[in-house]
Design a protein around this ligand. Structure first.
Ligand code: ATP
Ligand code: MG
Length: 584
């Protein structure tokens, strides 16, 4: 149980002042709390003996008042100290996790699902925070209040009476700990049922269009009803135990009171203790109840906190495979790209995704990459961006291996508009200048014009201030793609990659954008992949990918001449275009 606290050692050390203050304040509170019953007992004894006068009464009453005030101040103090610490450890770890998340590589995100990572960042951190405040509080309070109360019963009242009366208390510990554990286990089951029900709602609402199109609403509702029933059943199981717990506590406490009254009453009669002592003793028994019950809760808190801490530590111990070499080149990319990969296989996969890919791309040229879906186009870019490092071969930029560049230089030099693009839930302006936050409105507009999205933006209710994402305007697929292109252009990358980034715009818009790009980026390198041949036919060189290999390569004219896949596709698409035109 105590090794949980060991794990938090660094944090206790960091905040030792406030922890010391909190713990000392708690102990003083416990002492003051234990003094009250003695004062009340003394007043009663004076009363019975007929020696109670106004002076004595006033003295004791003011003592009680002063104690209450001091306890108020101390309680306020330790709460501030301990709970302040708990939010601090949570934010410290949260920041560490977030920085860590931003540094991880593609392999990491393939291994850990978003849902699990979210669970670490929320549930686990909450459990850790709980130990840092409630754990410390419960432990100190239970030990000090329980210990001091027991001590007072033994020393100030009567040791024999104490021994007899506390006989049933171990049963209380056992019952509360045992039932507490069972309640917790069932509670976890209830939580799981609840979260699965929540997931169901989320998925159904997100996929409502698909659901309706397939007419599956009724079936979905039946499944949902089953889930809600599960939540009810599981919660009922929790309440059953909870309902059993408090009466059992009352029975055991009742037993303690019975013994105290029987034995204590007898002692009062024989003159061994006074009535005031008995009254004080009875309130001590009441005070013992909380520390004993707290033990069960404490074990639970510590166990959960410890497991959560281990999970977070385990996660943080992950070392990314993509690291910077010492003395990495910290210079901007400039020059030709040399791609020479013998073989690359995704981690956890057996078949190579790329084999024998070799090409040179001169600075300022445009490369087109085409090929069937799954042929390896996106994989090519992932290697260039250093998402993956374990391959046979080398990729160099300006005759320097990309692995020898500082990561920052590489990321700054190459911008990609990914196939599955993503916009942040903020304004369109912020999205465009995401990689270059100091851009002026004029510059932002320049890139929007290049990406052929400026006109569209002006038509939105708040122009560039329009918010996108869940709480903002709904953008069409093509609008999203063009904003993502503007965002990539805004960093003025030495090498721009458009990975199927124009798939959702019509052929004419695509042509406009491409000719603008060609003009604007005539001194910089551009790589474009697409399914539409028209998108890449004007490139300086074109590569055709097939099952991870380069099957054809050349200019548009040369590839037409080869009469292979490229020519086939080109003719087919030309025909489709013609038919489309006639149909209109
Ligand atoms: P598309 O035109 O559909 O975008 P693509 O040419 O970009 O296809 P890639 O995404 O490069 O194709 O995929 C090439 C192959 O690698 C596919 O067989 C795919 O299943 C596999 N692959 C892609 N990503 C991973 C991954 N993270 N782990 C394992 N295999 C992967
Ligand atoms: Mg792809």
């Amino acid at each position: 149980m105590f090794d949980t606290f060991k794990k938090y050692g660094w944090f206790f050390k960091l905040r030792w002042k406030s922890y010391t203050f909190g713990v000392v304040a708690l102990i003083i509170c416990a002492i003051l709390q234990v003094l009250n019953p003695i004062i009340i007992g003394t007043i009663i004894d004076h009363f019975i003996a007929g020696t109670l006068n106004w002076e004595i009464l006033l003295f004791f009453v003011s003592l009680i008042l002063v104690f209450s005030l001091v306890m108020y101040a101390l309680r306020y103090g330790w709460r501030m100290a301990l709970f302040g610490n708990s939010t601090l450890i949570e934010s410290l770890l949260r920041n560490r996790l977030f920085t860590f998340f931003t540094r991880m590589d593609a392999e990491f995100y393939q291994k850990y699902r978003t849902g699990d990572l979210m669970a670490h960042a929320t549930n686990d951190l909450a459990a850790i925070r709980f130990v840092a405040a409630d754990g410390v509080l419960t432990l100190t309070d239970a030990l000090s209040l329980g210990g001091i109360t027991l001590f007072s019963m033994f020393v100030f009242i009567d040791w024999k009476l104490t021994l007899f009366s506390i006989l049933p208390l171990p049963i209380l510990i056992i019952v509360s700990t045992y039932l507490g554990k069972m309640i917790h286990a069932r509670y976890r089951g209830a939580l799981q049922a609840f979260s699965s029900m929540n997931n169901h709602v989320q998925e159904s609402v997100t996929g409502i269009k698909v659901l309706k199109t397939f007419g599956e609403e009724k079936e979905d509702f039946v499944a949902f009803k089953e889930e809600t029933q599960k939540v009810v059943d599981k919660n009922q199981r929790v309440y059953k135990l909870k309902a059993a717990l408090s009466p059992s506590i009352e029975i055991i406490m009742g037993l303690t009171y019975v013994i105290a009254l029987l034995v204590g009453g007898n002692y009062v009669q024989t003159g061994r203790i006074s009535i005031g002592d008995l009254v004080a003793f009875i309130s001590y028994i009441g005070m013992m109840q909380w520390p004993l019950l707290a033990v069960g809760g404490l074990i639970n808190t510590l166990e959960r906190g410890s497991a959560a801490y281990d999970r977070v530590e385990n996660l943080l111990a992950y070392t990314p495979s993509i690291v910077e070499t010492t003395n990495a080149y910290d210079q901007s990319l400039d020059g030709d790209i040399d791609f020479a990969i013998q073989s690359f296989t995704y981690p956890d996969d057996v078949h190579p995704a790329l084999t024998n890919i070799s090409f040179q791309l001169e600075k300022g040229k445009m490369l087109g990459v085409v090929g069937r879906t799954g042929s390896g186009k996106s994989t090519l870019y992932k290697l260039l961006l250093r998402d993956y490092d374990q391959y046979d071969g080398a990729i160099s930029y300006n005759n320097i291996n990309i692995k020898d560049y500082a990561l920052e230089s590489l990321k700054k030099g190459i911008a990609i508009v990914p196939q599955e693009n993503f916009l942040f839930s903020t304004t369109i302006r912020e999205n465009i200048r995401f990689g270059n936050p100091t851009l002026s409105q004029e510059e932002v507009e320049k890139y929007a014009i290049l990406a052929n999205i400026h006109e569209d933006i002006l038509e939105f209710p708040e122009g560039y201030d329009t918010k996108v994402g869940e709480r903002g305007v709904s953008l069409s697929g093509g609008q999203k793609q063009r904003i993502a292109i503007a965002r990539a252009l805004a960093v003025e990358p030495e090498c721009l990659i458009l990975d199927d980034s124009l798939s959702a715009v019509d052929a004419q818009t695509e042509e406009t954008i491409l000719s603008l790009l060609k003009q604007e980026r005539r001194h910089k390198t551009t790589i474009i992949s697409a399914h539409r041949i028209s998108s890449i036919m004007h490139a300086d060189e074109i590569i055709v990918m097939k099952k991870g290999k380069m099957s054809e390569r050349g200019t548009h004219q040369q590839l037409i001449g080869i009469n292979g896949w490229y020519n086939d596709m080109y003719q087919k698409q030309q025909l489709e275009k013609k038919l489309d035109g006639e149909g209109m």
